[in-house]
Design a protein around this ligand. Sequence first.
Ligand SMILES: [Zn+2]
Length: 103
Amino acid sequence: MFINHSCRGNCETVEDDGRVWIVAKRAIPAGEEITYDYCLWDGGDDPCTCHCRSANCRGSMYSAEELRRRKAAAKNAAARNQKTLKRRGKRRASARISPPPSE
Ligand SMILES: [Zn+2]
């Protein structure tokens, strides 16, 4: 049995004694799909896009905490890249103004 993700799932997972239980968060009418929030954190580069269409959809199956962590990591990586580009730019500029080697 597979259970799809939803940012506003009607179930949640509970781990007890090494087993994972799917527990209803509310009464679920007959015929309604059972879903829970995957709260992924280890998907690598996969965007794990969510299409659940709930009002509070994050657009991703990653947890809100993981999305914040990834956003901060991307921001830090961009800042590092900017610093690297500035350093390279300064080196190139100094190479242009240095006198040619004497022969
Ligand atoms: Zn969603």
